[in-house]
Design a protein around this ligand. Structure first.
Ligand SMILES: Cc1ncc(COP(=O)(O)O)c(C=O)c1O
Length: 481
């Protein structure tokens, strides 16, 4: 073999530079075709067929434009945009952080002022509404799923002899392996079986079923209950009044660890800092993520009572659970500023007031167009529109697909009328609205005017189908079948 010439220069030229992106050299077609070629192609394909693929440019934190210059109100973002896109006070802070601060960026093996500050402030906020959490501790990670993963490990170590974990039908706790085991959705779970053993799935909102299950399985066998105070991906399902409180009391009596998944509902989204606590549940562990990244970075936090934290992370086992990037200074700084903006702006109260106004408008629209909208739900700025089916009769063996089409066409219809919304991962006909908690009043008002206009032009489910160009429905059908 010829000797390897290590002095030979490497002539690799990367196809796209940062300047190409910054200078907006990539056309819409360039972006879509690169995504189709090298990314999650079918996701982009289905969005593109429906004309909702973007890319979009933020013109204000709450509105964006597409390549044709059409301006839309952003009520999407899956609850991860507490202030919209690139909110100037957050961007100004970020610039200041990058230019003025010199704290170590990845302080994995050292104390960090940014992490310390966010730990202290998160616990202070939690203890403000649940004083028994005053000495709780925080573990930072990089996503909601990882915050849940951490909570699963905390719960397992807190009750090592209990092999079972309770979750609920319709729940969404993420899609990495252990959280996926707690996300009972056949489409997401079935290809990956066997999943984590010991998961007992109960109906949500049914306290009698919960009580019975604890009796049947024996409290000693149950390590933890994982619960969303409002099920987001299931389509904004709000449990009956008193349910969470009673569930918490049963768990407390029996020593079962309660994990509140506040990843979607927490930090003001539902009009409260912690929706579970406001409803009378006092969780032992709280998982947070989405808004903690301020709409700029990925973040996750698991807050656990001191005794639970110490069972997993203590003594020489203090690295039993760890990650490389959790707690990095940039994410902590953004989290700290986000929390400051939320608390100082009392965005919890604003979310509650705006939510009441918005839901009342959605109820009126649903009453005017009952053949388009089956029902609406909401708490704070987490709102759901459940569309009627786009097919006015039952299609044997295809109800799932028809439901999926109804949701996608609902999303498309709102998009055509200037509103970006969210699909619901576990409830096909439900579109969610998650506007920023600081959305200005005039933009918020226009949001509902546009929804009303969309309904007026599409007064029934089937009308949404009729008003969709044949080319779109043909491509969608071909794609789905
Ligand atoms: C309640 C809840 N838990 C967990 C997750 C998972 O978070 P991530 O997508 O950041 O992994 C989500 C995401 O939608 C969620 O809504």
């Amino acid at each position: 073999m010829a000797p390897i010439n290590i002095a030979k220069p490497l002539h690799i030229s990367l196809p796209i530079s940062t300047l190409d992106v910054l200078d907006e050299k990539l056309t819409q077609g360039d972006v879509i075709s690169a995504e189709l070629a090298h990314g999650n192609a079918d996701l982009i394909r289905v969005l593109d067929i429906c004309g909702v693929a973007g890319p979009f440019k933020a013109v204000t934190p709450w509105e964006h434009v597409d390549a044709k210059g059409i301006r839309r109100i952003n009520a999407g973002g899956y609850s991860a945009l507490p202030f919209g896109d690139r909110y100037p006070p957050l961007v100004e802070f970020l610039t200041e952080y990058l230019t003025r601060d010199s704290a170590q960026g990845l302080p994995q093996q050292a104390a960090s002022p940014w992490r310390a500050a966010l730990e202290a402030n998160l616990v202070a906020l939690l203890a403000h509404v649940a004083p028994s959490h005053a000495d709780s501790r925080v573990f930072f990670s990089n996503s909601g799923a990882e915050a849940i993963e951490t909570a699963i490990k905390f719960a397992r170590m807190a009750r090592p002899k209990a092999s079972k974990i309770i979750n609920f039908k319709g729940a969404y706790h993420g899609k990495t392996y252990a959280p996926l085991s707690l996300t009972p959705n056949a489409e997401y779970q079935d290809p990956f079986r066997p999943l984590m053993p010991g998961v007992v799935t109960l109906p949500y909102g049914d306290i009698a079923a919960f009580r019975k299950a604890v009796k049947r399985h024996g409290a000693k066998t149950i390590a933890a209950v994982f619960i969303e105070p409002i099920q987001g991906e299931a389509g904004v399902i709000i449990p009956p009044a008193g349910y969470l409180k009673e569930l918490g009391e049963i768990c407390e009596r029996n020593g079962i660890v309660v994990v509140a998944d506040e990843i979607q509902t927490g930090l003001g989204r539902c009009g409260e800092w912690f929706a579970s606590i406001a409803d009378g549940l006092e969780p032992d562990i709280v998982a947070l993520a989405k808004p903690l990244g301020g709409g700029l970075v990925a973040s996750g936090a698991t807050i656990a009572r001191k005794e639970i934290y110490a069972k997993m992370l203590s003594g020489m086992s203090c690295k039993r659970h760890s990650n490389t990037f959790g707690g990095n200074s940039l994410t902590m700084a953004i989290g700290l500023k986000s929390l400051e903006l939320l608390v100082e702006g009392r965005l919890d109260e604003r979310s509650k007031q705006m939510g009441e106004v918005g839901l009342a408008q959605l109820v009126e629209i649903a009453q005017r167009y009952p053949n388009l909208i089956e029902t609406v739900r909401g708490q704070g700025l987490l709102m759901a529109i459940q569309f009627q089916s786009v097919v006015p009769f039952k299609v044997p063996f295809m109800s799932e697909l028809v439901g999926e089409f109804s949701g996608i066409l609902g999303l498309r219809t709102l998009h055509v009328h200037g509103v970006q919304a969210n699909l619901s991962l576990s409830s096909k006909r439900v579109i969610r609205l998650t506007p920023a908690l600081n959305m200005p009043d005039d933009v918020y008002k226009r949001l509902f005017q546009r929804i009303e206009a969309a309904a007026a032009k599409n007064p029934t489910g089937p009308a949404m189908l009729r008003n969709t160009p044949i080319s779109v429905t043909a491509k969608l059908s071909k794609f789905a079948l």
